[in-house]
Design a binder for this molecule. Structure first.
Ligand code: AMP
Length: 312
């Protein structure tokens, strides 16, 4: 069982209607790996600067995440993102992005990282995603996430990267933007024609929709009364989803099996619902597997839908 992730390792400064925080640990690879660590062995690949210390490494290692492939660039600064949310917390407003050590990062994958059977190419420059994909020759199932920045500034590279993976995870708005197709079902089909067999459209608090082969499955978001910071919810969803898929893959099941994908979607939703309860990685750091499974049972009761056609 092993899952390698490449993506941003970041400091995030975030303002929401419920508070603000400066330079919290964040980044797509961080949120992803903390969530996936509940189900499988995770290795993070990515660069950090001198400002990334033992405290940050300790958060990842505290959840058993392997950090051997985190590369410290002497004299460099860690990726930085500043953003805010209005009352509609489905939309992140970016105020500042500093790529810093990611600007000319050339990943040196360890043998173990390159041998992972499962790979997640988290949100980062598409050429970097492609270079990691090319080096993971034993990967059986690769998934990719991206964002509007790369759709707008590196569209061709991004399309090439998408063609090289089995699964694409994007926000519904990003799938529409990438394909120029306003209808989500048609847009998802168009992205499947680019290569991936599975497409997951993340829909913020409304949940997520899965397209695989001719099958379609949608899951609602878990309704919460206290949402403080949605940063990282998408990556946390992806971590729960792919972490679970890798766990089942290691047990002999196919990650393309519809039942496995549906259960992965449920775990992804549950993990994301915990992530938004507090700022940054706070909630996931203190989470237990029992809490996850309790919420999954609750979620099952809520989403259980067995209506039969009425006779009148
Ligand atoms: P999400 O799961 O979509 O909320 O992603 C949130 C994370 O994405 C934050 O922790 C940021 O550090 C990271 N992020 C924001 N912009 C970028 C970018 N341009 N490239 C890579 N990561 C980013």
């Amino acid at each position: 069982m092993s899952l390698t992730v490449v993506g941003s390792i970041a400091f995030d400064s975030v303002r929401t209607p419920f508070g603000e925080r400066e330079r919290m640990l964040g980044g797509s690879a961080v949120h992803f790996s903390l969530a996936a660590s509940f189900f499988t062995d995770v290795r993070v690949v990515g660069p950090v600067g001198d400002d990334f210390g033992e405290e940050q490494i300790g958060v990842l290692e505290g959840r058993g995440v392997n950090t051997d492939d985190i590369e410290r660039i002497d004299g460099g600064e860690t990726f930085f993102w500043r953003g805010h949310y209005e009352y509609d917390m489905n939309v992140a407003h970016t105020d500042d992005t500093q790529l810093n050590v990611f600007a000319d990062f050339d990943p040196k994958l360890s043998l173990a990282a390159g041998q992972a059977q499962m790979l997640f190419l988290g949100n980062i420059q598409p050429e970097l995603q492609r270079s990691v994909r090319a080096r993971c020759r034993e990967t059986e199932f690769a998934a990719l996430d991206s964002m509007n920045l790369w759709i707008e500034t590196a569209r061709d590279s991004l399309k090439s990267a998408i063609a090289e993976v089995d699964c694409l995870l994007l926000n519904d708005a990003e799938i529409r933007e990438l394909t120029g197709e306003p209808n989500l079902a048609r847009a998802a089909r168009a992205t499947m024609e680019m290569g991936p067999k599975v497409v997951v459209a993340k829909r913020g608090e409304y949940g997520a929709a899965l397209f695989s082969g001719d099958e379609f499955f949608a899951i609602p978001g878990f309704m919460l009364e206290d949402v403080r910071d949605p940063t990282g919810a998408g990556d946390t969803f992806a971590g729960g989803f792919l972490g679970y898929l890798d766990n089942r893959r290691a047990a002999g099941d196919s990650p393309l099996d519809h039942e496995v994908l549906r259960q992965g979607m449920a775990y992804g939703s549950v993990l994301a619902s915990f992530n938004v309860e507090d700022f940054g990685t706070e909630r996931i750091r203190s989470l237990s597997r029992d809490e996850i499974d309790d919420r999954l049972r609750q979620f099952r009761r809520i989403t259980h839908f067995d209506a039969e056609p009425a006779s009148t």
